[in-house]
Unconditional design. Structure first.
Length: 307
């Protein structure tokens, strides 16, 4: 693992890995919703992922020979981290709910409206204005998202944005956008710390907080659910591991690059979700959805070229 000299393109493979890991996590969590419920499936992603996040933190410290101490946790850092962690927690629950309403890829797609939102939030809250190329990539990819969200059986121009899946998906996208900006803000507070350490600490602290908040709520309101989570430990372990690996990638990338660029390139997850949808859930896409997928990939390629 390199020191401070990190290649300017390093964020690209990190994001691609994060998107792939998140696709596996989403698919696994979807199967858990019917078994343990939405909130419990949301907790699984953080609680079972925490050991992997802590293991990564230890590994990064060993490889970089960095001092074993907490990052400077001042009010600004804590505020950004709380925003990122809480928004991510809510976004995950909303995404799982959206995936229950329509098929797997469409549930993921609605959440990807976050791209334009993260550009707006990043500009307002962090003063990180996207470049022209990044802006075009975001718009093109979002048009693709809109095409993907159109119903297969509807008249021209009839949007599928008026159902409960749309509401949950759009709200999920907004929360994911706020989460990305929160984690980016937390990373900027730790500069010039190594991005690897920034990502590792942010993931470990965020997942600890998320496990405590949601786990405490479930223990108070639905104590029997914890037993169900324990019994479903095999799929839960996979969901937690892939969720932690995805978060490590996202948060490391946001330490290297503005959140808008990271989330635009992260739309490659839609393509990965399409493959999962076809191979595992036997769900087929219409020609219009395929056209939308092509636009999303065009936006992804433009985002990668904007470095």
């Amino acid at each position: 693992m390199p020191g401070h000299d990190i290649a300017p393109w390093a964020w690209i493979p990190i994001v691609l890995w994060a998107a792939f890991a998140q696709t596996i996590r989403n698919a696994t969590q979807r199967t858990l919703v019917a078994r343990v419920g939405t909130l419990a499936a949301t907790l699984v992603r953080f609680l079972y992922g925490l050991p992997f996040a802590l293991a990564w933190l230890v590994l990064v410290h060993l490889i970089t020979a960095s001092p074993w101490r907490l990052p400077p946790i001042d009010a600004a850092y804590l505020g950004w981290l709380l925003l990122g962690a809480c928004a991510q927690l809510v976004a995950t629950a909303l995404l799982l709910t959206a995936m229950k309403q329509r098929n797997f890829i469409i549930g993921v797609t609605f959440s990807k409206t976050e791209v334009l939102q993260v550009g707006i939030f990043g500009t307002v809250m962090l003063q990180e204005l996207p470049t022209l190329v990044s802006g075009v990539a975001m718009v093109v990819a979002t048009i693709g998202v809109v095409l993907l969200s159109l119903p297969k059986k509807a008249g021209p121009g009839a949007l599928a944005w008026n159902g409960s899946a749309a509401g949950f998906g759009l709200a999920s996208g907004a929360c994911f956008a706020l989460s990305a900006v929160g984690y980016r803000g937390a990373a900027l507070e730790l500069a010039p710390t190594l991005p690897w350490l920034v990502g590792a600490w942010n993931v470990a602290l965020a997942q600890g907080l998320q496990s405590l908040l949601l786990g405490g709520w479930i223990a108070w309101r639905q104590p029997g659910t914890l037993q169900a989570i324990a019994q479903a430990w095999r799929p839960s372990l996979l969901a937690g591991m892939m969720g932690a690996l995805a978060s490590i990638g996202w948060l490391t990338a946001t330490a290297l690059r503005p959140a808008a660029d990271v989330r635009t390139l992260g739309l490659v997850e839609v393509f990965f979700s399409y493959l999962v949808s076809r191979q595992f859930f036997q769900e087929r896409m219409s020609p219009r959805e395929i056209a939308g997928l092509v636009l999303v990939l065009a936006g992804v390629l433009a985002a990668g070229a904007s470095m």
